[in-house]
Design a protein. Structure first.
Length: 124
């Protein structure tokens, strides 16, 4: 039987910061809205932070409404990166775990310029 080394007892969901690659500089603050398909578009509100595994042309409507964009996948030439720069929306790509770590309705601050997303806890 193979032993698994426990690195941390803190569950992944308890982390308050997430790092990624700056695809479009700037800062945005808002409520997380996880959008992975066109079927999720109806829940996207103006000023929300769009969080997705990756974006594609079907999500541009949601991207236009967002205060920031965060994706698990992608790099500087990804769809999310190119469109966010065109729209002037702060964007963080390549986080690997944003859609697993974050939940709809959480308040977050995205500092894309420095590659950081931070959860805003009650009272902050």
């Amino acid at each position: 039987m193979k032993k698994i080394k426990l690195v941390s007892e803190e569950p992944i969901g308890a982390a308050t910061e997430l790092k990624g690659i700056c695809a479009s500089p700037g800062q945005g603050r808002g409520i997380v809205c996880i959008v992975n398909s066109a079927g999720d578009l109806q829940k996207m509100k103006e000023g929300s932070v769009l969080v997705s595994h990756a974006t594609d042309p079907s999500l541009v409507v949601a991207m236009k409404k967002s205060s920031a964009i965060v994706t698990d996948m992608g790099g500087l030439a990804s769809h999310a990166a190119v469109v966010s720069r065109e729209l002037g929306v702060p964007c963080l790509v390549g986080t690997k775990i944003a859609t697993k770590l974050l939940k709809d309705g959480e308040l977050v601050h995205v500092d894309a310029t420095h590659g950081i997303l931070r959860r805003i806890l009650a009272g902050e």
